[in-house]
Write a protein that binds this ligand. Structure first.
Ligand code: HEM
Length: 399
């Protein structure tokens, strides 16, 4: 990459307007067609929307820094700075190492049975109702229980986790009246995590206790413990909730898919990857350039805030044929829904186990899964998912 003289393409699109959040894909296509990097005049940021360029930005963390936050507004970016998400190596590597053993495949494999039981119990209760909310009764329940148990939080008080994480993700969007209204939720979430970050509250041997061990052993500073807890409690929750909700919607909308998975449950995992590609739960994060750089022929100045669109990359027709189509046999193993390179999702193995557990339990207990009403979209500037998913089921064997 080298610097060039001509200006980058400019767009007046508002990526965070309700209309675009409801259906962002035409806007992403417009941006991909406009150039490798496009200046969004309204928010004074640049956006990189093509697959190859998004991947290149994520791989070059020396030029595209996370250290001044990964959202688009400075106030919230200031709150994030220095966390695992919002730091550069070598500081980032130290923070990331704290839970790396707990998230390694060998450690996660031991969790499979327990997560399968948790999922099965939720599915059993939902199926007994015949018609239920796929988000409220399933997708929004499993990740909260799983991640809060792993962090080692007491059962009481967990109700702040999901709205708090949603507000934190909203905080990565523009600082407007709607975000102002959510600041109290963000503060309540922060207070709760601050109170929970203590030996008295956290289960011995939990992820939370491992974070406190890292403080006691001098591997991280005492004031890094709460932000690290926050990173896992935010990044690990809404993302997974909405990935499960999105997957359930796709399956409920097409009876042929349910039949296919019933006949061959080994496709659950690759179906989940295709769902993440098609409806990436984390749509856009940002980076800041540490130097002037050329992006696919477009010049970016030093200090530019660049929106890195995972969701657009995953729909790029330059990379995936017929990208707007859900093809359960596609196996898009190179999708960018979990990011890529040093900041690539630390919890992707866990998310995959949760999806496998939930869909397997449903396949065992349900012969037919159908929409029982219009899904209700949840609008969040960063996360794409559903608020409600009315579904009805025919229990397996007519039970
Ligand atoms: C389907 C569910 C999930 C999706 C779509 C997702 C997506 C992402 C993405 C796109 C990033 C990259 C951020 C960047 O490049 O700046 C990321 C990072 C991260 N994720 Fe996930 N995530 C999911 C589940 C989880 C879970 C279950 C956990 C943990 C319990 C988790 C913990 C993290 C952490 C700690 C990071 C920061 C990694 C770093 O900066 O080094 N995520 N995730």
């Amino acid at each position: 990459m080298s610097t060039a003289a001509r200006p980058t393409p400019v767009s007046d699109l508002d990526l965070w307007s309700d209309a675009v959040l409801a259906d962002p894909y035409p806007a992403y296509r417009e941006l991909r067609d406009a150039g490798a990097a496009v200046h969004l005049r309204r928010h004074a940021v640049w956006v990189v929307a093509r697959y190859a360029d998004v991947r290149a930005v994520l791989a070059d963390d020396m030029t595209f820094s996370s250290a001044s936050g990964v959202g688009i507004n400075d106030r919230m970016n200031g709150l994030q700075a220095g966390t695992v998400l919002a730091s550069d190596d070598p500081q980032h590597a130290v923070l990331r190492a704290v839970l790396s053993e707990k998230l390694a495949p060998r450690a996660l494999a031991k969790l499979r049975t327990q997560i399968a039981e948790q999922a099965d119990s939720l599915v059993r209760d939902a199926v007994e109702q015949g018609t239920f909310d796929g988000v409220g009764d399933l997708a929004a329940r499993l990740p909260v229980d799983v991640v809060a148990d792993l962090i080692g939080l007491p059962v009481q008080g967990r109700e702040v986790l999901l709205p708090g994480a949603d507000a934190m993700f909203a905080g990565m969007g523009p600082m407007d009246e709607r975000l102002e209204a959510r600041v109290p939720e963000i503060m309540a979430h922060q207070r709760y995590i601050g109170e929970m970050t203590s030996r008295e509250k956290l289960t011995p041997g939990s992820w939370g206790a491992a974070i406190l061990d890292a403080v006691d052993e001098g591997r991280i500073a005492p004031d890094a413990a709460v932000p690290l807890m926050t990173a896992y409690l935010v990044a690990g929750m809404d993302t997974t909730v909405h990935s499960l909700g999105n997957y359930l919607r796709l399956l409920a909308a097409d009876p042929g898919l349910w039949k296919l998975l019933k006949a061959d449950p080994s496709q659950i995992g690759s179906g989940f990857e295709e769902c993440l590609r098609l409806e990436s739960p984390a749509q856009n994060f940002t980076r800041v350039t540490t130097r002037a750089v050329e992006m696919g022929g477009e010049p970016l100045p030093a200090g530019a805030r660049v929106v890195v669109s995972f969701a657009s990359a995953n729909r790029d027709e330059r990379h995936y044929p017929d990208p707007d189509h859900f093809d359960i046999r596609r196996r898009p193993l190179d999708h960018l829904a979990f990011g890529h390179a040093v900041h690539g999702c630390a919890g992707q193995g866990l998310a995959r186990i949760e999806a496998q557990a939930l869909i397997s339990a449903l396949l065992r207990r349900v012969d037919r899964l159908e929409l029982a009403g219009e899904p209700v979209r949840h609008l969040n500037p960063t996360i794409r998912g559903l608020a409600k998913l009315p579904v009805s089921v025919v229990p397996a064997g007519g039970r």
